[in-house]
Design a protein. Sequence first.
Length: 478
Amino acid sequence: DDYKKGVITKDILTAILKLIQSFVWRRFIVGLPTNALNKIFMTLYSEVDKDEYVNSLEVALARKRGAQRFPVNKDIEAALFEKDVYNIQSKNRMYFLEMLENHKNREFVSVDNPNITIEHIFPQTPDEKWYGQLPPEEIDAFSEKYLNTISNLTLSGNNGSLSNKPFQEKKSMNKDGKEQGYNYSRLWLNQYLRQIDSWNLEALKTRYKLLLERFFQIWTYPEVDVDEEFDTSSEFPIGNAPEPRNRKLEYFIFRDEKIIEDEVSKMYYHVIKSLFDENPSAFNHDEIKSLIQLTTNAAEARSPYQISPSYYIESNIDSNTKFRRLKVLLTKFDCEEDLLVKFADDGFEEESEELSADYWLRRSGPEGMAIVNQCAELLREIDKSIMLTYKVGYIGVNVSGKPRNFVLFNPRSEFVRVNIKVSNGDDWIEKMKKMKIHFLSTGKRSGRLKFRIVQGDLSEKSLFISQIFADAYQSWDK
């Protein structure tokens, strides 16, 4: 209606449709329930700010949690690698491959075309030559885990003639001079296949990275600021919980049973074992087996953990991965709200690993890092001993070689999010509004101010930024 009434332009409408498309497709890939969409879209319009139409929708969707959430890149990376996308509904399979193929292509390729077929690179029924080219464990991995994944699927104009042939024959086939083998294909999906000489697990993983990068370009996650201050006083549903990196649990509650435990791994084992004991047949589903790396052969796991007399899961994974896997698993069992976690008040441990500036340059890009470096120059005008320190979650500051994080930076591609401790927050908020600095929020427990700065702020408002840095430096408990 707003488009018909002239409230928004065609460009804004297109941006909204792309946002909704990303939201819905990411949820499909992760396996979130579709019935939650009705509730989301019923109230979404009420969250629209007509002065910032697209941005307000991005923020509203990024704030959704639990079964309503907008899956982030890490969720997609974990879910898509072993997801069976061949046996999904035909319209969804066609949509997925067509979008991947046609992204930024000059000439549109219709997948719904009798001359184009969907092909398994490692075949569904491989001939004997495949067994001579790959070790038995890779044959098993392709057959049992990766056969129907996006990394093992492509499009071909061969009308099924490549079929079960060995990889080299699939590359070179050129019967009657037609586009059959990968070497003669113009399709983007076959570009990497033209460059390699064999198809094995290493090649599959490399192709997955290329496909994943293209996925993120098509179905983007909005680059918005959503205030999510970590609060140790809360019990979080697992779908709404922050990542547990460097944090300890105080306890967790699963299906109304409170369990005092500070290790994420113990919670991970408890939940999986409980679900398995309750419904072991559900774990025969290929997606669930691959998600938790379920096996009857302990030797297949780097660090096996036994959940029943006959079954093991892989335990050699970090806490963040355990959290992400639990979110997906509980969603599939439709009991995501049954697990609550409570972090210990002293659960945050200072990150000790020092990274280089290159880490953040790769993560945020040159513009965001340029803003941080200019902020560092303003800080060194206050105290020449101030140096930036690069951590996984933020860029902090050292004073005379000691951590003094009165200001923290989180650079993005076109702006930097600043988290700062000042003497009088209310006064500074008013000043920011007058200076038209993008104020975000005040930390509920810490009282720290969060605001956003762009390149233009440093050229036009550098004096103001220097003043707030100076106030934070002087009021910090030295």
